[in-house]
Design a protein around this ligand. Structure first.
Ligand SMILES: Nc1nc2c(ncn2[C@@H]2O[C@H](COP(=O)(O)OP(=O)(O)OP(=O)(O)O)[C@@H](O)[C@H]2O)c(=O)[nH]1
Ligand SMILES: [Mg+2]
Length: 320
């Protein structure tokens, strides 16, 4: 569908408004393409060690060094959170909207409250979807290849070194692990896919389970598909992105290991280039650009941005 190119801004906005005013829980993200053309700048989330502050909406903030030289993202590739009205026309006078640093995610103060973590506890390991907690709290699931850094990212987000167990050897996480945050929402650590050493039956089983979980878990707000940004795209990650896109399962692409910047060691490309390549490769699977974000569990890059992103999705989800 290429109609966006031929539409005027007010028509595009109407399209977008239709796509976001859905009363069902799914899809949470807009599914229509819209294509205005003016770029807006990416800016930093203003954060401190103790809290996650919502960046000011009237002054552009400094861009931190890790994204220096980053090019502005065109409108059509931005992720505008559900429930947010976004008028490209107003962008010409001043930049009232902010894009979270190292991502394509538009930040709206409307839903981005309660982003800081005040408590985090392990709740339960489950082997099947039926065994998962049933208290109806919103959840985000971390999925990705074995060793991509799911458990490490979870620890980074909650500022605890060993809440989720990590390992240099792939295949560390074997169950669905629910972690309750602030007594009000869950982060879910899943076993990795694509672990070649796992026995065939285990891999087939895993596939069946996760697909059932993704398709039928009512409280799942978004899948976080973790992708290693230090290496070129892998087919299995593209297959996952494609499957999630086809099934309209809300997905955020979380690029990990963005601290690894040695070109020669990492297939000749910087994390930013691998991120851009991945976007190009998955474009055909989605009507609208899915959200993406760059992270590192070593430098904690992207931690506060992840928390703001989750807050605005969660608060919207809770109200609809
Ligand atoms: N440089 C760097 N290394 C990382 C990062 N995140 C994770 N790692 C390393 O990658 C390895 C795997 O991390 P885990 O968090 O256990 O990965 P996982 O995706 O949970 O793996 P499974 O549970 O086996 O599926 C560990 O050696 C981590 O230290 C990161 O952001 N940067
Ligand atoms: Mg793990």
């Amino acid at each position: 569908m290429n109609m966006g190119l031929r539409l005027h801004h007010h028509q595009l906005l109407r399209l977008f408004a239709t796509a976001t005013s859905t009363s069902t829980k799914r899809p949470l993200f807009p599914t229509k393409k819209w294509r205005p053309t003016k770029p807006i700048p990416t800016t930093a989330a203003a954060t401190t060690a103790a809290s996650v502050a919502i960046p000011e909406t009237t002054h552009p903030l400094e861009t931190p060094s890790e994204t220096e030289g980053a090019v502005p993202i065109p409108f059509e590739r931005l992720f505008v959170p559900p429930g947010v009205e976004f008028d490209p026309e107003s962008q010409t006078k001043e930049p009232p909207l902010r894009v979270l640093t190292g991502s394509n995610i538009v930040l709206s103060p409307l839903y981005a409250r309660d982003a800081q973590v005040t408590s985090a506890e392990f709740v339960k390991s489950s082997k099947r979807k039926e065994d998962c907690p049933t208290d109806g709290l919103p959840e985000f699931a971390l999925v990705g290849r074995s060793n991509v850094g799911k458990s490490s990212l979870l620890n980074s987000i909650v500022r605890r070194k060993k809440l989720a167990l990590t390992s240099k050897k792939p295949g560390k996480t074997q169950c669905i692990n629910h972690f309750k945050i602030n007594d009000s929402w869950f982060l879910v650590d899943l076993p990795g896919y694509g672990y070649a050493a796992a026995p065939h039956e285990v891999r087939v089983d895993w596939d069946g389970f996760t697909k059932d979980y993704f398709l039928n878990r009512k409280t799942l707000v978004s899948v976080f598909l973790l992708i290693d940004a230090s290496i070129p795209a892998k087919k299995i990650d593209l297959d996952y992105a494609s499957w999630l896109g086809k099934n309209q399962i809300p997905m955020t692409m979380v690029f990990t290991k963005c601290d690894k910047r040695k070109k020669r060691k990492n297939g000749g490309k910087r994390p930013e280039e691998n991120v851009e390549d991945f976007q190009v490769l998955i474009r055909e699977f989605f009507d609208a650009a899915p959200p993406w974000i760059m992270t590192s569990s070593i430098t904690n890059q992207g931690r506060d941005e992840m928390l703001l992103h989750m807050a605005q999705l969660r608060n919207y989800w809770l109200q609809h």
